[in-house]
Design a protein around this ligand. Structure first.
Ligand SMILES: C[S@@+](CC[C@H](N)C(=O)[O-])C[C@H]1O[C@@H](n2cnc3c(N)ncnc32)[C@H](O)[C@@H]1O
Length: 406
């Protein structure tokens, strides 16, 4: 297994990284089995056609899969076990997660590269490892159970801890620095935009008042302040009152959305025709960015009214899920952390393969955007147990739907 770490723009060798990862002092392997990978079977099913075609790639019989959010290595382990001819490149910005994943993936050491990196650094990582293209990419966004469950990381509003919230504790600003230094306007913006918090301004004002008395340093005090700032009737609905504030601060501290906006196009660029990407999002902001990144490449850039595709204007992606797929009830019961997941997936296609073809589907979409209706085909209705259904019949028959799905 090769393992590399990036620190302040420098790549360390495997030997150096042994030290970097070891210094976090984790009991490697202790987390094995405590994290249930979300929508695992569906991810494997979607990636299989791309990862099972080793004989068609330029790398002999091996395919390459990028797990951009390695976490505890649950999805990665399943990919390595199910696809014996696949090489895995696993990225995570959290050295502690990398250490756990490294222990878990030890049986596959000859087919694994682990890299300490933010996922928008994927092009550099591939360049360094000598891969021009990859066959599969998985993004399982957000925080891992390791990060949530370890009180000293400061992600959880239910346990008292220092206000940290950095996924990579070796660099960057902490949540403590954010709440103690941002202006009222900036705090309110972060809470409103990243937390979709209705009471953003009141919470920001309470934070400012509190820090004028004493520096805010603990998750418990912040959670209490948020609860006190919200009108009593609102406290009784929508889960823990501090949930949205903690999500917002976590996104701000880790610059999560900017990294995702840069990473998705970069990952799509790395796909060869026939390669596939799957994205699991856990809140609407992530899902919106994903939806837009995929949709931008799944449509033609040619003039709307031409009946055929022109060279170079055809779509470069085929969406594998119409709208976002939701978890089934059984999955949510077995793994409550899957409750908010939204899955989107796409396959890279060669734009030249659609040159000169009829643009019936595009015309349908254009028509629907202008208020008309497009035909939803039976194939778009696969897996009635998980596909988000907007009043669609579950017998697989085509139906009339508005727009392009959510
Ligand atoms: C939900 S967990 C992934 C769990 C994993 N699929 C598994 O089965 O164990 C998300 C992981 O992505 C990492 N992560 C989040 N944002 C990242 C980013 N911008 N770059 C690299 N890693 C990131 C987190 O540190 C965390 O370990």
């Amino acid at each position: 297994m090769t393992e590399t770490a990036r620190h302040c723009g420098t790549w360390w060798s495997e030997t150096d990284n042994e030290e970097t990862v070891g210094s976090v002092g984790v009991d490697m392997g202790e987390r094995r089995g405590t994290h249930v990978p979300v929508l695992l079977e569906r991810c494997i099913e979607l990636l299989a056609p791309a990862l099972n075609r080793g004989d068609q790639t330029s790398r002999g019989d091996r395919t390459v899969h990028v797990d951009a959010t390695l976490g505890l290595g649950g999805h990665a382990e399943a990919v390595l076990a199910r696809f014996p001819d696949t090489v895995l490149i696993g990225l995570d910005r959290d050295p502690e997660a990398l250490a756990h994943a490294r222990a878990r993936l030890a049986p596959y050491t000859d087919r694994v590269h682990l890299v300490h990196a933010v996922y928008d650094e994927l092009p550099e990582v591939l360049d360094r490892l000598g891969y021009a293209h990859v066959d599969g990419v998985l993004f399982d966004l957000g925080v891992s159970s390791l990060q949530l469950d370890e009180p000293d990381r400061g992600f959880a509003y239910a346990q008292d801890a220092p206000l940290d919230m950095r996924m990579d504790q070796t660099r960057g600003v902490t949540a403590e620095e954010v709440v103690n230094s941002y202006s009222h306007a900036d705090l309110a913006r972060v809470l409103r935009v990243y937390g979709e918090e209705k009471f953003a301004s009141r919470i920001a004002a309470a934070i400012i008042r509190e820090r004028q008395k004493a520096r805010l340093t603990s998750t418990a005090r912040l959670a209490e302040l948020v609860r006190e700032s919200i009108p009593a009737p609102a406290r009784r609905t929508g889960g823990h009152p501090a949930k949205r504030t903690f999500q917002a601060l976590r996104i701000e501290v880790n610059r999560e959305l900017a990294a995702l906006e840069a990473a998705l196009p970069a990952a799509l660029d790395a796909l060869a025709p026939g390669s596939r990407m799957v994205v699991l999002s856990y809140h609407s902001l992530e899902d919106r960015i994903t939806k837009q990144a995929l949709a931008a490449r799944a449509r033609s850039t040619g003039p709307v009214d031409l009946p055929v595709e022109l060279p170079g204007t055809g779509p470069t992606l085929r969406l594998l899920s119409r709208g976002a797929e939701l978890p089934g009830e059984a999955e949510v019961t077995a793994n409550p952390r899957a409750a908010s997941v939204r899955l989107r997936a796409a396959e890279r296609i060669d734009p030249e393969s659609v040159t000169g073809t009829e643009r019936t589907r595009r015309t349908d979409r254009e028509r629907s955007r202008r208020g008309g209706k497009a035909l939803r085909t039976p194939s778009a209705l696969r897996d009635a147990s998980t596909v988000e259904r907007k009043g669609l019949p579950q017998d697989g028959t085509g139906t009339e739907v508005e727009g392009e799905g959510t």
